[in-house]
Design a protein around this ligand. Structure first.
Ligand SMILES: O=C(O)CCC(=O)C(=O)O
Ligand SMILES: [Fe+2]
Length: 224
């Protein structure tokens, strides 16, 4: 699991916030899988409108371009994102995300789930994203514009919102590196590259060997 801070610039965040007011909202159960439907009680934006499509593409492009998202998740495919609104009294009970989403070319395996927070934490009480890991339950409530990426293999819920409104942008990633342990090794190497680039000159044998190791591990492990 990783928190990526300030994924959205203040300009993109303010444009997204403005768009939220223009979106049409429908029952969140429409997009839930069979088991999640029972516990899902929120609203979801209709993203087929002009404003909806625009804000969806703007947010997804920003997420896709982020270097930490790329290094951590190694995305191969993204599921169609959702923008959801959880108001006072609403919640999304404990569930597991669908393992496979979409049809045909859009079909993907969900390796990672993410939530990009669009509301500042002061805008609502409750509404933490709670992820049940083996050792503990992680409770996540982030500043607007920051996101959490977590393994889709974990049960999770959105705690009831007590007051205010919680807006988030949510999607799923099929990673080119299916195995989480292999993904973690590649993330370490990506971070090491950044650190060592400060200590060694560009084109040095050390940096070239590290680049070679990274490239060859990706060649060994990547789906495509
Ligand atoms: O709202 C969130 O933070 C997570 C939503 C969620 O779990 C889902 O849409 O499957
Ligand atoms: Fe979920």
């Amino acid at each position: 699991m990783i928190v990526v801070e300030n994924v959205l610039s203040p300009e993109v965040l303010s444009e997204a916030t403005k768009a939220l007011a223009e979106l049409r909202w429908e029952d969140g159960r429409k997009t839930a899988g069979a088991t999640a439907r029972r516990v899902k009680q929120n609203q979801q934006a209709d993203l087929t409108s002009r404003t909806g499509t625009k804000v969806r593409d703007m947010l997804l492009d920003t997420v896709k371009r982020h270097p930490v998202v790329e290094a951590y998740a190694r995305p191969l495919k993204f599921a169609p994102p959702l923008i959801s609104r959880t108001g006072a009294g609403d919640t999304y009970g404990l569930h597991i995300d669908n393992p496979v989403m979409g049809k045909g070319d859009a079909r993907l395996r969900t390796d990672l789930s993410f939530t990009l927070f669009l509301s500042p934490p002061e805008a609502y009480e409750g509404g933490e994203l709670e992820i049940e890991t083996v050792f503990r339950t992680e409770s996540v409530k982030l500043p607007a514009g920051s996101m959490v990426i977590y393994p889709s293999t974990e049960l999770h819920r959105v705690a009831p919102v007590i007051s205010g409104e919680r807006y988030v942008f949510v999607s799923w990633i099929q990673s080119a590196i299916r195995d989480a342990a292999q993904r973690a090794i590649l993330f370490d190497i990506a971070n090491l590259k950044v650190g060592l680039a400060r200590a060694f000159p560009a084109g040095s044998a050390e940096l070239l060997t590290l680049a070679k190791t990274e490239a060859n591990l990706i060649r060994m492990w990547a789906d495509a």
